[in-house]
Design a protein around this ligand. Sequence first.
Ligand code: NAD
Length: 479
Amino acid sequence: MSVDQALIRKITSEILAKMQNRTVSACQDCNGIFTTVDEAVAAARIAYQELRTLSLEKREELIKAMRNVALENATMLAEMAVKESGMGRVEDKIIKHKLVAVKTPGTEDLRTEAWSGDSGLTLVEMGPYGVIGAITPTTNPVATIICNGIGMIAAGNAVFFSPHPTAKNTSIKTITLLNEAIVKAGGPMNLLTSVADPSISAANAMMKHAGINLLVATGGPGVVKAVLSSGKKAIGAGAGNPPVIVDETADIEKAARDIIAGCSFDNNLPCIAEKEVIAVGCIADRLISNMQKYGAYLISGSKIDQMLDVVMTATEEKMAEGCTAKPIKRYGINKDFVGKDAKYILTQIGLDVPDTIKVILCETPADHPFVIEELMMPILPVVQVKDIDAAIELAVKVEHGNRHTAMMHSKNVDNMTRFAKAIETTIFVKNAPSYAGIGVGGEGFCTFTIAGPTGEGLTTARSFTRQRRCVLVDSFSII
Ligand code: NAD
């Protein structure tokens, strides 16, 4: 950047700050992190206006700097995330961080459409929203911030992040590292902002804030509902409970290896990870013994009940007065075990296994809580069914209409097509671990915000843009 350009940008920034009754020096020390939501959003608005004065080429330079700093700090942030949240595996989080740094699309994702003819030229361009309020999960705190940060800035926006409180230090560290890289590359201060003490009440204040133009929530059903009820435009990336079907035509050994690899990745934290196996009867035993070969430990009988008592909490729902039916037990997950190692979980039921054990396997009926609930633990129930019709019917049922992710191992194209059509998920992976669906060993870009409920699908820069039409009448058509 030439000195003149730097000077112009500094002056623009000072003028914008003064217009909003803020001092630039206050922002300089903040590095994106403020005490109040008001301060953070005001700083992000200034950064947004400044970003608008930069070229697309410059925007891409900022993104390159973000990618580099994410790669340089991938290991440190993975260690920090596991330590702070108590969830996941360092080696897998390193893979996630490198993946988003490299495979999250930048400005090349933006497309202009044009119509030309007798009346001239019409363009539809992808413009920014302004300041985006992004809510991020504890399960992928770093990967989501890097991925959202790159995509949202590539689209020309600034961001206010509302991270999960249980990963607040790691999230804040990620935001400040990215901001430092942006400023070093000649970009605005505070393009990515947050508050020093993130909380649900700060997230709610952000949702109501007049300075926030778009909400993007990556999390469970509660937060998706909250943003969709906010009255603002919202993108919701919600929960999944991905089933994997294995039919009799599959390469059983490969299916077993792939399922264990996908299910155990980051101790099953990814929303796309295999959460229950539905095996067509005749191959089920062979599949289970092959999964044991690839790092699964099979539990049965009373050990399954013991495990249920440890990793889930039961509440009894009373039936209406006068009703003779028994109360129904409802199960929720015990958050203390989310993202924990299989070995650690097994010690809770008195089993000591080698470090090589990555997944706890158990055969269960179709309505077992391990099948019905999204556990986010390396516990994999296997349900045997008699044929492919029963397998598809059950998989659709236990996916609960999330329309998130499903996998299938099969060589029968008709079976795969039938299942994909029936389940209508945003991601459908055939004959590979679930993570192939986000670009690990599969073609295509990566994202950690998969917006099933609101339909954007695997979000990229273009998901964070507004369409704007520019019409030039009677000119610029040269045909
Ligand atoms: P969570 O829903 O507990 O929290 C997600 C974020 O929302 C956090 O920042 C939290 O502070 C905030 N939040 C939660 N409830 C809120 C409310 N009522 N109002 C305002 N903010 C609220 O989820 P988590 O445990 O952090 O993450 C795991 C969940 O997220 C799983 O259900 C998983 O499937 C889902 N997930 C989905 C995707 C996707 O791309 N679809 C990606 C990652 C995680």
